[in-house]
Design a binder for this molecule. Structure first.
Ligand code: 13P
Ligand code: ZN
Length: 276
């Protein structure tokens, strides 16, 4: 069977990057079994031939209406599929979907009828908002980073300002490379619309990464590698915090003055950039 990637090098490179990140998620121990999911808006790679491809699934409901996604195309990890398998065979462990005219349903168009992730409502709600607000963000990742999830078991860290302050203060790079971290969503049922809505609220508050209490992190970014980087630097800080606690002390953290200096010197954004 012909793959949609055949003779489409730009789309193939995009899918290769998704597979590369899936491999990192597995190597980091953040993607046990089918844990985590990735979606990427690939509409920019869609040509007339792709637009004409027939559905290979029945029409499926998203669970909400997302007006900005009309006729958009997404690569989605398959529900129940393993990141470590996706790293090697992205088109067998994920699929490409087309959002239909009603903005509330979709069909799978390639390569295989692999059902998208159960977290699709959360992912697509974020994509819808990111388009509506004129960003060039194309990727959303949900994963289970160990140290960040561990921190979410402490009520002290269920406050976005407090956990962000502590993580930023562990190492200057986290502040520099995750300047829009970290919203928090109190526990909600995985794959529920309530979880999708609560995540969207945090992204609307200009957090790029959102901690799901006792579950994981969901992060948006211009591409899948940059979204991964944000989670990676945040979890690095969580790991440093944990190492200090394991050595028997509460880490001091950088001072507020030191952090303000970094924000000013690097001219760090406080809100998500939009396209000119
Ligand atoms: P899926 O296998 O449906 O993508 O679910 C994994 C997950 O992490 C749910 O939160
Ligand atoms: Zn999950």
């Amino acid at each position: 069977m012909k793959s949609i990637l055949e003779n489409r090098p730009a789309l193939e490179r995009e899918i290769d990057q998704i597979a590369e990140v899936a491999g990192y998620l597995w190597q980091k121990g953040w993607a046990e079994r089918n844990g985590g999911n990735i979606t990427v808006n690939i509409t920019e790679f869609v040509d007339d031939e792709i637009k004409a491809l027939p559905a290979i699934s029945e029409v499926k409901q998203i669970g909400c209406t997302l007006p900005n996604l009309k006729n958009c195309y997404f690569y989605c990890k398959g529900t129940g599929k393993r990141m470590r398998d996706l790293a090697r065979w992205p088109m067998e462990n994920g699929s490409i979907i087309r959002i239909l005219d009603d903005c509330a349903s979709y069909v799978i168009i390639a390569d295989n009828p692999v059902n998208p992730t159960s977290e699709l409502p959360a992912h697509l709600s974020l994509h819808d908002y990111l388009i509506a607000t004129g960003t060039d963000y194309k990727a959303a990742i949900h994963t289970h980073p160990i140290e960040l999830v561990a921190m979410s078991h402490n009520p002290r860290f269920l406050d976005s300002k407090e956990i962000t302050r502590v993580l930023w203060s562990m190492i200057p790079e986290t502040l520099a490379f995750a300047p829009l971290a970290l919203g928090v969503v109190p526990y909600e049922m995985p794959s529920s619309i309530a979880l999708a809505d609560a995540t969207l609220e945090q992204v609307k508050n200009n957090y790029d990464a959102v901690l799901w209490e006792k579950h994981g992190v969901t992060c948006v970014g211009p591409d899948v590698m940059q979204a991964f980087d944000v989670i990676d630097v945040l979890n690095k800080s969580a790991n440093i915090y944990m190492c200090a606690k394991n050595m028997g002390f509460e880490p001091d953290g950088m001072t507020d003055a030191a952090m303000t200096e970094i924000q000013e010197v690097f001219n760090l954004p406080k809100v998500r950039p939009t396209k000119k």
